[in-house]
Design a protein around this ligand. Structure first.
Ligand code: COI
Length: 363
């Protein structure tokens, strides 16, 4: 697809950009441009077309107040990163996996399918346009946020006939801020994230909106993230507010909740599983309950717990707070297996470890 270009006459200066890149944090700063492709439904089902692919200056979106995304939340998104290698080249990680997941989310949210090549081209376009924004620091990258919104102005509840796909980019360091260290997690007892037949496996804004009250509760209790249990009341571990969860066991296995349709199919999650299998580790995707977590930490059968996601990379979990109960140790150092898988994954992404699976794509 050809993208037309309307470049910003108001780009940040080299000094302003350098100030941001010196300490990018997560999600607070944005590059100078955005990529947009619009979609309109055809007169017959299945004849909708993507059109007007373009690069625009980054800025507010003019939208009709009746646009259905504002009322019914018909929206999906993705998250992936662009990494700068030592020779200056810029790469991304498994973009076709994100493209495929975007289309699964689109199908669930009654949004149109986007050709995988258009998705990857849109990443190439924003990175090429804002290449100077790709950080060079250790553990830093340019976070890419593709998203799709229903822009048609109407108040009836039905799938929109006008949609917009966009990509914005934000230089990113550690998601949790500062140096990497084990985080505390709060168990949500009052709120579930997803139900049977719901949108739990889709990457849609509504899932994250529904997690926010529990995330607030977590923060009030001194925790960085919230853990959701399944909504069928048997206390099976699902995922955190914005990331998947893994356990390392004494016998060297890796355990993670199985994909049941209510859990996000993380690209980092599947990469971690592959890297662990490459090391000869036994990987179990299965149900793990809060009781098993508690008992196995107490008996020493679970030795490490970590969270993973594009934004979080791999972040060690120190303690799980279940009301007054503490499971794990707030002050425990990051686990060895956790850190070693993290280093390997980051190494592949940064081009310092062999990319055995062909996961990198040059932008
Ligand atoms: C990601 O890891 O890319 C996410 O989407 C998690 C969060 C920032 C929403």
């Amino acid at each position: 697809m050809e993208f037309t270009e309307n470049l910003s006459s108001n780009r940040k200066s080299a000094e302003e950009r350098a100030a941001v890149l010196a300490d990018p944090g997560f999600g607070d700063f944005f590059t100078d441009h955005t990529v947009v492709v619009d979609w309109s439904a055809g007169s017959e089902a299945g004849t909708g077309q993507w059109h007007d692919a373009r690069v625009e200056p980054y800025g507010p979106i003019a939208m009709d107040p009746a646009a259905s995304v504002l009322h019914y939340g018909q929206e999906i998104f993705e998250g992936l990163k662009a990494y700068r290698h030592e020779d200056g080249s810029v790469w991304t990680f498994r973009p076709h996996a994100n493209a495929a997941r975007l289309n699964k989310s689109a199908a669930r949210l009654a949004l149109p399918q986007l050709d995988e090549d258009v998705f990857v081209d849109s990443l190439r376009k924003i990175v090429a346009t804002d290449i100077d924004w790709v950080p060079t620091g250790d553990g830093e990258a340019l976070y890419l946020r593709p998203f799709m919104i229903a822009t048609e102005a109407f108040l009836g509840v039905r799938a929109a006939r006008e949609v917009s796909y966009r990509v914005i980019a934000s230089p990113a360091g550690n998601y949790f801020g500062g140096e990497l260290k084990p985080v505390g997690i709060w168990v949500s007892k009052n709120y579930a994230r997803a139900g049977r037949g719901g949108t739990g496996s889709a990457k849609c804004g509504g899932n994250y909106a529904a997690s926010l009250v529990a995330q607030l509760e977590a923060e009030e209790n001194g925790c960085k993230q919230v853990l959701f249990l399944d909504s069928f009341n048997d206390n099976a571990v699902e995922e955190l507010g914005g990331m998947n969860v893994f356990f390392v066991t004494k016998d060297g296995s890796l355990v993670t909740p199985a994909l049941t349709g209510t859990i996000l199919e993380g690209v980092t999650r599947s990469s971690v599983i592959q890297l662990a299998k490459d090391r000869g580790m036994n990987v179990e995707e299965r149900k793990i309950t809060l009781d098993e977590w508690r008992d196995s930490v107490a008996s020493g059968d679970i030795t490490e717990v970590f969270a993973c996601g594009t934004a979080a990379v791999i972040t060690p979990i120190g303690v799980l707070k279940n009301g007054e109960e503490l499971i794990g140790d707030e002050n425990a150092p990051a686990g060895e297996v956790t850190m070693s898988i993290r280093e390997e994954l980051l190494g592949i992404q940064r081009g310092t470890v062999e990319d055995r699976h062909g996961w990198l794509e040059r932008l």
